[in-house]
Design a protein. Sequence first.
Length: 481
Amino acid sequence: MPTNSARTSIEKPLPQNLEAERAVLGSILLDNSKLALAVKHVSSGDFFLAQNQKIFRRMLVMAESGAAVDLVTLCESLQAAGDLETSGGAPYVASLGDGIARVANVEQYAQIVKQKAMLRRIVHAGHNLSQGAMEDSADLATLQAKFREVVTESAEPFKVIGGNGHLRYSLADFLTTEFPSPEHLIEGIMPRGGSGLLIALPHRMKSWFTTALALGASKEGMILGGKLEVKKPVRTLLIQVEDFPGVLQWRMRELARKIPCNAENVSVIPRCGLNLPDEKWYAQLLRETETFKADLVIMDVVRRIFRGDINSPQDTALFLEQIDRLREATDCAVLLVHHENKKDAEIMSAGAGSYNLPGWANVMIQFKRKTQIEHVTHVEIEVDNKLAQSPEPMRMVLNLESEDPIRLEAVEDSTGLTEAKDQLGNEWTVRDLAEVLGVVKSNALRRLKKWMASNDVEKISGGKRGRMGGLARYRFVGAGE
């Protein structure tokens, strides 16, 4: 049996501040607008007294229904719910507004309530951990993971949509509420706190791109040939476990010589035995992410950080839940690099394995159509961003002999039109165009629309829809004349 000095006792009064709890509730009674400020910091479960928990919950219910919260309406609502007496009765509710120093300080009062609630949770968790550690079947990794959860628990009870205190909206309110646009770490391709999936066939230069992205985004400005904007320096943790460390080191040296970067904003985890669904690996990665204060975590490549069945919805869901735990605990964005195994498939169905992966991602990035002329390599890039306007299709140019070793350029700036004119006949379809350019049909269709808008191409027949019917036919303006 443990000695008295080794025990964690919770018989001593738990951390609490009843005056701060009363001040939060009283401030809301006196000024209903303070509820939105309070819920940024506390939930009902953070109050020590059960009666204060019930009052705060009732205030939320009333506010969500659009009712004013004052002494009369609050008591009436508590009475209707059968909670008035267990909430201290009308005299207690009436006393909440007494002696409040300043209604404007509601956020400070709420922070005190939250801090005391966190301390109580630490007391209870510490007691449970110490008891668990004394068990003969105690598992160190499990206890350490639980300890990390206690230490890293956010002081924010939940994220409220729009920051206005609402969890639920009436239809009319929802349609008239203004919500902020998602902020992007890297405009168009990486939302702050978001999720991204980069897919490509092997040897399509994806690791060159992610390395250049980590270096370039470390400073604000236009990067990679001026095609991507970084409004604030991004701290990137690059987990590059596909290549041997020496290969990654050589690549980074080659790029860092010419890409302006702030070395303090880039950290690297080279090849290791990472298996993210494993709780001990998750705890270690969480610690590394927090210590570095990463804004963006790039994991290259999925098959080396996930040891489950990539085709299993259950296994991939567990893996992505771990990724989301990391994002929610640190507010970092995560970009997963993944292999493509469905050649020429559309962007949402090209990645290997379960559809959980594209369904999870806010942003999909696909590398297509690699070409090489001497020492210069080209790869076309298509982006589907669910949270903002997707960038136009781009082409990445890798040329280590250039002052811009990696740059992005618009597809329209490349040789697509000339190449198509050289290889297509007088009449052709979108499918023909896609085959000639080596791109998916949606990519070819986008180019076709631009060429038609610039009067380079004209439609000559509508064709019929359906598998057996003919397709719409096009020709280049001036062809056959």
